[in-house]
Design a binder for this molecule. Sequence first.
Ligand SMILES: O=C(O)CNC(=O)[C@H](CS)NC(=O)CCC(=O)C(=O)O
Length: 311
Amino acid sequence: MVLAVSSSWASSPGLFTDSCPFCVPDSEYLDSQYFVLSPGPEPWLSPLPPANCPSWLCARLGACLAFLPEAFDFIARDPAETLHLSEPLGGKLLEEYTRLARECGLWLSLGGFHERGQDWEQTQKIYNCHVLLNSKGAVVATYRKTHLCDVEIPGQGPMCESNSTMPGPSLESPVSTPAGKIGLAVCYDMRFPELSLALAQAGAEILTYPSAFGSVTGPAHWEVLLQARAIETQCHVVAAAQYGRHHEKRASYGHSMLVDPWGTVVARCSEGPGLCLARIDLNYLQQLRQHLPVFQHRRPDLYGNLGHPLS
Ligand SMILES: O=C(O)CNC(=O)[C@H](CS)NC(=O)CCC(=O)C(=O)O
């Protein structure tokens, strides 16, 4: 099964065209390496979706599932703007992505939607919600980011996600998809191996970390964390990432990548927005788990049952 992962440039609000919020920005924002298609419409693709829509391209390239980064909807300037722009799951934006999934016949991992949850009226805060749509456009799973990123790293603007966001209450059981069983997480969650172990022990074959990683922690930690999660859980790891400067206070590292269970980076985006594809081989995963049966060798008697299986 082929998977596609994107490094997109979640613009400040307003950059995308109104008619197609999920399209890549106009050519003036495009890096030259973006895609194989030039942005203009191709007659045989019309009327919808437009030819420069990444998801449509992924489907044409043979992918069954495409992964968009955290904050695929927008990256705002401050918490007030984040809250102002947020929508419920049943809102207009998700409706458009539902249509997109259906029209492309593609599963979509929407890796971090600024969601007004059921408790919006009381809390006036949102959830950072990873939404998985099937190729009919139905929501098959939601996971609300459980580890919020409140950090101050020298050289990188402070992040205080809890100013606008509530931590999710629970992990989600891995979901069956045409590519394998997917465990859902978001960005900063990748720093907590207990979560990935719990998902692996609950049957995950693919772990997903849609991200908007910082420009200082990115070069130091991004690749090695993703490889570590892949090796210790013996899962494929898919990480779509925001790239570039969103506004004066915020830039993201990018470098979307897919890592196989051996820890090899099998596909990656380089600098700039872009798209990469990889084939997922579950036989390889099964063989590796037989050859290197670490899950049978664990010693919970010594260190507790880290990554307690989900109920
Ligand atoms: O702000 C939004 O709209 C969406 N949320 C994010 O971008 C979040 C919280 S600020 N970013 C991270 O978790 C980066 C983690 C990171 O960089 C690390 O772990 O080193």
